[in-house]
Design a protein around this ligand. Structure first.
Ligand SMILES: [Zn+2]
Length: 384
C-alpha cells in the first residue's frame, strides 16, 4: 500500500454568476503570478537576490492596496498562484523545465482552492465567494469518504470548464509478476514492445488534423478583433481539445495496460526537445506525446509497485545488434529492416531497439549501465 495524491477531473457547467466570479479570479491569479515572476526576475537581475515563496507572499497585502480589485476574489487562489510560481522556479533550477513564462489570457486559465476556500459535503462543491454549488458532470465516482486537499478549476481554450479534486488515496500494490518489457517509440506505430507487438498508429488523428487545418485557415481569414474572429478561434480550440482528449484517453489505456502486465518497464529517456528540432520527426513526435506517456508510466508504476527504468537517451538502441551487440555507424531513418554486418542476423529496426532497451534497462538497474565508449560513439552519430 502506498498513500498517493491522485487527481480526479470532471467537467462542470457554471451559472452566469459563477462564470463571472471565475473570470475575475482567473484574471487576478494571472496578475499575481505575472507580478511575482517579474518581481523575482528583477530582484535577481538587479541585485542578485533570490526571492522565496515567503518573500512574494508577504508582498500580497501591499499588492492589494495598490490594486484594490484583487480583494474582490478569494485570496486563497492568489496565494496558490505564488506556490505554482515557486514550483515553476524549482523545476527550472532542477533542469526539468524552461524559465517560467508570463501567463496570457489566451491560454488555459486555472485557479487552485486549498481546503479553507471550498466546502465539500461528499456530494456538492461550493467555492469561496460563490453562493451556489458547482453543477458537476460526474462521469466517474469520486471516493466519497475522503476530503479533497485542494480543488483546481480551469477553463480551456474551447471555453470548457473543469474541476480537478486532489485526494490522498491508498492504492494497493499489484501482485508481483515476472514479465518485463522494453518500449521503443515507433514512428510507424506509437509504441513497439520488446515482445514484438506494435501498438497504436500515431496517425490515428489524421482526420482531426484535416479539420484542424480547415478551422485554422478560416480563422486566419477573419478580420482581427472581430466577433467572427473570436468565433473562429473557439472552433480551432474545440478541434484542438478533441485531439488532446482522444490522445490522452488512448495513452491512459495503454499505460495502464503496460503497468498491469509487467513488473519492470524499460524506456528511453528521450529528449523530445532535441528531436522536435528535426523537422521530419517533429510532427510524429508531438502527435504521439512520448513525454506525457512516460510520465503516466512513471506515476502508475509507483502506485502499483512496478519498476520503471529510464535508460540514457544516447544509448544507441536502434544501431546495436541485439544478437551480437555490434554497433553500426549509421542507420538512416527509412531503413526499417537490416542485416547485422557482424553476425548476419536479420533485424526489424523497432523490435531490435525495444529488445536492446529492455536489456540495457535491466543492466542499468543491476549494475549502473554499459561502458562509456559506447555512449560517446552514439552521441557523435546523433549530432551528425
Ligand atoms: Zn549482430
Amino acid at each position: 500500500m502506498s498513500e498517493t495524491k491522485r487527481a480526479y477531473r470532471y467537467r462542470f457547467y457554471p451559472t452566469d454568476e459563477q462564470s463571472t466570479i471565475l473570470a475575475q479570479t482567473f484574471g487576478c491569479v494571472r496578475f499575481v503570478y505575472n507580478d511575482g515572476l517579474q518581481t523575482r526576475s528583477l530582484a535577481y537581475a538587479e541585485r542578485g537576490e533570490k526571492l522565496s515563496y515567503g518573500d512574494l507572499s508577504a508582498r500580497l497585502p501591499h499588492l492589494k492596496q495598490t490594486y484594490p480589485w484583487l480583494a474582490d476574489v478569494s485570496s486563497v487562489p492568489l496565494q496558490q498562484a505564488l506556490r505554482h510560481l515557486n514550483t515553476a522556479f524549482e523545476n527550472f533550477f532542477a533542469g526539468r523545465a524552461r524559465y517560467p513564462r508570463f501567463k496570457c489570457k489566451q491560454q488555459k486559465q486555472a485557479a487552485t482552492y486549498a481546503s479553507n476556500a471550498f466546502t465539500w459535503d461528499g456530494e456538492t462543491l461550493t467555492l469561496a465567494k460563490m453562493k451556489t454549488a458547482l453543477d458537476i458532470h460526474w462521469h466517474r465516482a469520486l471516493p466519497r469518504h475522503v476530503k479533497p486537499s485542494s480543488v483546481t478549476v480551469s477553463k480551456d481554450g474551447a471555453n470548457r470548464y473543469f474541476v480537478s479534486f486532489l485526494v490522498a488515496e491508498d492504492i494497493p500494490a499489484l501482485p508481483i509478476i515476472t514479465s518485463m518489457v522494453g518500449l521503443d517509440l515507433g514512428l510507424t506505430s506509437m509504441v513497439i514492445l520488446s515482445t514484438g507487438e506494435a501498438v497504436g498508429n500515431p496517425r490515428f488523428l489524421q482526420q482531426d488534423e484535416k479539420k484542424l487545418a480547415r478551422a485554422q485557415r478560416r480563422h486566419a481569414k477573419k478580420r482581427k478583433g472581430s466577433k467572427n474572429k473570436e468565433k473562429a478561434r473557439v472552433k480551432v480550440a474545440r478541434v484542438h481539445a478533441r485531439i488532446c482528449d482522444r490522445r490522452r484517453d488512448y495513452q491512459h489505456k495503454l499505460s495502464t495496460r503496460i503497468v498491469h502486465e509487467n513488473q519492470v518497464i524499460c524506456v528511453e529517456s528521450l529528449a523530445v526537445k532535441n528531436m522536435v528540432k528535426n523537422h521530419c520527426l517533429a510532427r510524429a513526435i508531438s502527435d504521439v506525446g512520448w513525454g506525457e506517456f512516460v510520465r503516466q508510466l512513471a506515476y502508475k508504476s509507483q502506485w502499483s509497485g512496478r519498476t520503471l527504468v529510464k535508460i540514457d537517451q544516447w544509448y544507441p538502441s536502434s544501431k546495436t545488434c541485439y544478437e551480437c551487440k555490434q554497433v553500426v555507424d549509421d542507420l538512416p531513418l527509412d531503413v526499417r529492416e537490416w542485416t547485422c554486418p557482424a553476425c548476419g542476423a536479420w533485424l526489424d529496426r523497432d523490435i531490435n531497439a525495444s529488445k536492446n532497451i529492455l536489456a540495457e534497462g535491466l543492466s542499468v538497474s543491476a549494475c549502473g549501465g554499459s561502458v562509456r565508449p559506447v555512449r560517446v560513439k552514439a552521441r557523435q552519430a546523433t549530432t551528425q
